[in-house]
Design a protein around this ligand. Sequence first.
Ligand SMILES: [Zn+2]
Length: 184
Amino acid sequence: MRRLEKPLDDTIAVFEKCIERIKDQGLKQRLEACKQEIHDASREFDSKVGEAMLHTMQPSNMSNGVTTDEMKKVYTNRMAKKLAPGREYYDKLMSLPLFGKCPLCSQRTVSTLDHHLPKAHYPTLVVSPLNLIPACQDCNKTKSEGIPRYAHEETLHPYYDDVEGFSWLKAKLVDPLCQNSCHC
Ligand SMILES: [Zn+2]
């Protein structure tokens, strides 16, 4: 995994931008009333992810009658879609990896944003930049909708974890023709 610079954009600023063109005033008011819980969820995520404590973050529904589907649509239609009001934030996150290489596999090209904690269980985090990781299609699918139940089930996060200096694999070359016991 490649480390990425942690995005500094404020979750509420992103959320406000995403919902600014909603014409249905009832829906807009219900969404606006959720700002505090969206802010709190992002803060909790930020404080827990680096400590491998995300498994203690409880999945929750939104208040004010806002459904998970409505929040998913805020992301899909108002942030990810081309020309969407929040698309500038989407593009900014997509441009983080050097040469567009997926930070999770370091092999394929970035083509999507992966929700580190999935939308279906954490609607409060659908547009939080800290929860959105640029990734290739394959890595995104592999992670799917699973949520960590224990610390060891938490996956690495490119904004918080740095394993680039860690030696994952070692090899010793043994020449079977060598007569010495030096394993040269
Ligand atoms: Zn990948």
